[in-house]
Design a binder for this molecule. Structure first.
Ligand SMILES: [Zn+2]
Length: 86
């Protein structure tokens, strides 16, 4: 039972990533991660940093769009390239 609570940093970072990608962990995994984060500052920092990165990726993804002019420009270039290859 003592070993069950004592997970490695490798397992902890895997669980942090799994939670961020899949959105949930089992109760056992949550408990293991909670205990590990309580004693390990390095993994705590990893969690904070990956949360920050993910948050910024999502914000960037949702706010950045091409302008109509940029889309038209891309369309023209693509059509020119298609014509060149024919
Ligand atoms: Zn750790």
């Amino acid at each position: 039972m003592a070993n069950w609570f004592n997970i490695s940093c490798k397992k902890a970072t895997y669980l942090i990533s799994k939670k961020q990608e899949e959105g949930s962990l089992t109760i056992g995994e949550k408990l293991q991660l909670f205990i590990h984060l309580f004693i390990c500052d390095v993994c705590k920092l990893f969690k904070v940093q990956t949360n920050y990165i993910l948050k910024n990726i999502h914000q960037h993804h949702h706010t950045e769009t091409l302008t109509v002019a940029a889309k038209e420009k891309i369309n023209v270039v693509v059509k020119e390239e298609i014509i060149k290859t024919q």
